[in-house]
Design a protein around this ligand. Structure first.
Ligand SMILES: Nc1ncnc2c1ncn2[C@@H]1O[C@H](COP(=O)(O)OP(=O)(O)OP(=O)(O)O)[C@@H](O)[C@H]1O
Length: 396
């Protein structure tokens, strides 16, 4: 039988992980004869991956990790084995997730919240799947490679996501809310709000390539008229790669999740129309699709702020932003045949080549961790689902 190790991050979310493990997780596991050989709190950033690596040194076979954390701690573990431990082979790790973090994007996507359930039983669903030997789900990984300008002769930086890779507004908000942590410790929502207000008038200049997933062969786009994915109009057999010019207000891709927090369904089709192969769902918001705007200037950016919030607000209304369109006057409406406000793409990856002059376009966020693309450099994100080794979760 695989060995079980329990790890929790005592400072994530509201700092309740230890209490929840002591009162609920460990007693439930014990009641069903699933007793962890070790129960270890993380002591610092990056510690969770090291705990597992140390454990694997003395363990034969596969390991079950009962993980009490948010998305950030899982991200650290995945990156520990996918980048830091290379060239050692990636082990197979089975995760039983206990959502103790702030956003818990992965958990709330795998187990969408419902009103019928109390908090405790909601948080114990992955544990119950494990106890019931339910089938596991392999995690798809989005591998972002940040390259320096040609000729710089530097190794690229690699970040592996199990939730999201983003640039533009989302990356800027994450960077600024982190910077505000010292001034406003503990008030995550306020930090986000201040960071969002600070960045909402920005547009990001970049050139993007959307790359097809291997099975589909072409980039897919969501068509609100038929409520299905169709081949992207600019992706054909001869030239499947779609080239997209900015400016962008928002650029975010997800794997494994349809939401970034329980109510914020930014890529709702990840669950409503599940992907049939390794792919990511990408949301693009390009302000110049708005028929009332022709140029990028200060007035246009200001005029677009309210529309940006209308889109993100609709993501909180069960992901209805994906059906919004413009009318001839550039007003956002729910029907008609005007251009869609967001472009919803399903593909195998993307390339982000920021305009050298646009400093803010050089940020990349991988599951909350922020990276800087060097001036003259670019980022490529590609998606894969490892089969024989890698990371699987109890999710049904
Ligand atoms: N003992 C510790 N002290 C300080 N920081 C820690 C400790 N253990 C882990 N960490 C750090 O805590 C950070 C936050 O953890 P995590 O992302 O799991 O929770 P969260 O931010 O509350 O949730 P979410 O990512 O779902 O919003 C991680 O990036 C990790 O590096």
């Amino acid at each position: 039988m695989p060995l079980i190790i329990a790890i929790y991050n005592p400072v994530c979310g509201h700092g309740n992980a230890k209490l929840f493990f002591d009162e609920h997780v460990l007693p439930l596991l014990s009641k069903h004869g699933k007793i962890p050989v070790k129960v270890i709190p993380t002591e610092r950033p990056g510690h969770a991956g090291q705990i597992i690596a140390d454990f694997l040194e003395f363990t034969q076979g596969e390991v079950i990790v009962v993980l009490g954390s948010g998305d950030g701690t899982l991200h650290e573990i995945i990156n520990h084995f996918s980048t830091e431990m290379l060239p050692l082979p990636i082990p197979k790790l089975h995760f039983v997730l206990v959502p103790c973090g702030t956003a818990n994007a992965l958990y709330s996507s795998l187990f969408p919240p419902n009103d019928q359930q109390d908090n405790t039983s909601y948080q114990l669903q992955s544990i119950c799947s494990f106890i019931n030997s339910a089938p596991e789900t392999p995690l798809t990984l989005a591998i972002s490679t940040l390259s320096s300008p040609p000729g710089a002769k530097k190794h690229p930086t690699v970040a592996v996501s199990s939730v999201l890779a983003s640039t533009a507004l989302h990356a800027s908000i994450l960077r600024d809310s982190e910077t505000l942590r010292n001034e406003l410790p503990g008030i995550e929502r306020d930090r986000f709000k201040i960071a969002a207000q600070k960045n909402s008038g920005k547009w990001y200049n970049s050139y993007v390539k959307l790359l097809p997933a291997s099975g589909a062969g072409r980039v897919q786009m969501y068509d609100p008229a038929t409520k299905t994915f169709i081949h992207h109009l600019e992706s054909d057999d001869n030239d499947p790669i779609v080239e997209v010019d900015g400016p962008f207000a928002y650029f975010l891709s997800t794997v494994n999740v349809d939401r970034l927090e329980p109510a914020f369904r930014i890529t709702p089709l990840a669950r409503a129309i599940p992907p049939v192969e390794a792919s990511c769902d990408v949301i693009l918001l390009r302000p110049l699709r708005d028929p009332s705007l022709s140029w990028d200037n200060a007035d246009a950016r200001q005029a677009f702020v309210a529309k940006l919030w209308a889109v993100l607000g609709a993501a909180y209304q069960d992901g209805t932003h994906i059906d919004l369109r413009y009318n001839n006057d550039g007003e956002i409406v729910t029907g008609g045949k005007g251009p869609t406000v967001v472009e919803y793409i399903r593909c195998g990856g993307w390339e982000w080549i920021p305009d050298e002059m646009d400093k803010d376009a050089h940020l990349l966020c991988s599951d909350g961790a922020i990276f800087q693309i060097e001036k003259g450099g670019h980022a490529v994100c590609s998606v894969a689902t490892p089969n024989n080794n890698g990371f699987v979760v109890y999710a049904s």
